[in-house]
Design a protein around this ligand. Structure first.
Ligand code: ATP
Ligand code: DGY
Length: 391
């Protein structure tokens, strides 16, 4: 079985799986292969699900994380029951990295528009895949995209400005808006938003606020510097307080609520969403547990096999499944770099991990040789495996 994650920035999970398959077949032409490209709930999750469902992506013209026109991909299962909204496809960081990052302003309104399209399609369940975001807006933009309205300070409390009454009522997009909002008007919420089941795949276990929260840990990669981080953290606290007042649901310390700039806070409090561990949810959705149980050998991979990998990422999910499978198939990781000590890998159910690097080599050069190196390494692993089972 071949079930890799993507090599971030250089190869999709699907491409990695195909290169590994080429190598395995070179060494063992009769091997029966199951290819299940994986994802951890973040970027790439939509493609992993579409591949298994055998349906093409749908597209919606909406806005990116800084409000520019953007075409976002999303999915609806063949039976029309489940819709997939991948935040990274609508409000992702790579799509806005061509200009200076806007950590206070970036938002998730585009993801909300995609969620509304999925509801319009008539699904019963919406799977929201979180990770790879550009924003720290606590999901306020997503709610707005679904028709909710953020209510700002009354005009009297805001310094006078030329456009009078309206000025005080406009809530800016992004984390900066959270510092202004005093209420939530849900009258305009999409009529189906409360009829469906919301499941949220998160790529991290961080809480919403505090030193392990969304702003402190993931703000810097979105451009937040020094005082921005403190501002965004305080804005998220304020937002979570408001959500708690309006809904009775507390999300401040919730594990996973720090994913994608705090989007789970809004989804859990307002829509009763269930947070689930991304890699596990994807694994179940694509039938990975049964495939692992059936496999003689499991090959996985990712760009960097490090301590994060065994902290709830793809290799961890696969190692856990393999260790629980009756045949306990060996799990081999093929990675750009292997930084995790073998002992820790084995503790996570990974039998062995190898780097595709042929020796001391420049990263750009290695990236250029990813496909051929993956195939060569997979062929070697397969030969070793065959040699050991034939003895
Ligand atoms: N083709 C490649 N060859 C060698 N190293 C690579 C290649 N692609 C990515 N990497 C290395 O892997 C790193 C990215 O790691 P990885 O793909 O595991 O994603 P990540 O950032 O750990 O996030 P996640 O695990 O959530 O996908 C890159 O910074 C680079 O060092
Ligand atoms: O989007 C982000 O902030 C990170 O991927 C963590 O979820």
């Amino acid at each position: 079985m071949i079930a890799p994650d993507s090599f971030k920035g250089s190869a999709t999970a699907d491409a990695v799986a195909r290169h590994i398959a080429d190598g395995v077949l070179a060494a063992a032409p009769d091997a029966l292969l199951t290819l299940l490209p994986m994802a951890d709930g973040g970027e790439g999750t939509l493609d992993a699900l579409l591949a298994v469902w055998g349906v093409p992506a749908r597209e919606l013209v909406t806005v990116d994380a800084i409000g520019r026109p953007h075409t976002a991909r999303y999915g609806v299962s063949a039976d029309g029951r489940v819709g997939v909204v991948e935040l990274a496809a609508a409000s992702g960081l790579p799509d806005v990295s061509d200009v200076a990052l806007q950590p206070l302003h970036a938002h998730t309104r585009g993801t909300g528009a995609v969620a509304a399209a999925v509801l319009d399609a008539g699904v019963e369940e919406v799977l929201v895949c979180l990770g790879g975001s550009a924003s720290t807006d606590g999901g306020a933009g997503l709610l707005t995209g679904l028709g909710a309205r953020l209510v700002a300070h009354e005009p009297a409390t805001v310094p006078s400005s030329t456009d009078g009454e309206l000025a005080g009522r406009v809530v800016p997009d992004g984390g900066e808006g959270l510092a202004r909002v005093v209420g939530l008007d849900l009258d305009g919420l999409h009529p189906r938003a409360r009829e469906v089941r919301w499941r949220v795949a998160v790529d991290v276990t961080n809480p919403l606020v505090g030193e392990r929260g969304a702003a402190a840990v993931f703000g810097p990669q979105k451009g937040a510097r020094g005082s921005d981080v403190a501002f965004l953290d305080a804005a998220l606290v304020r937002w979570a307080d408001l959500l708690e007042r309006e809904t009775g649901v507390r999300t401040h310390e919730l594990s996973g609520a720090g994913a994608a700039g705090g989007v789970p806070a809004a989804l859990v409090a307002v829509l009763g969403a269930e947070l689930e561990h991304g890699a596990t949810l994807v694994a179940q959705s694509i039938g990975l547990p049964a495939a692992v149980a059936d496999a003689d050998l499991v090959l996985t991979g990712e760009g960097s096999f490090d301590s994060q990998s065994v902290n709830g990422k793809v290799a961890d999910a696969i190692g856990t499944l393999a260790a629980a499978a009756p045949g306990r198939p060996p799990v081999v990781v093929l990675a750009g770099q292997v930084l995790l000590p073998a002992q820790r890998a084995r503790a996570a159910g990974v039998t062995a991990a190898f780097s595709i690097a042929p020796g001391p080599i420049d990263l750009d050069e290695l990236v250029g040789r990813t496909g051929s190196r993956l195939a060569e390494l997979a062929a070697s692993v397969m030969s070793l495996y065959l040699g050991s089972v034939r003895r």
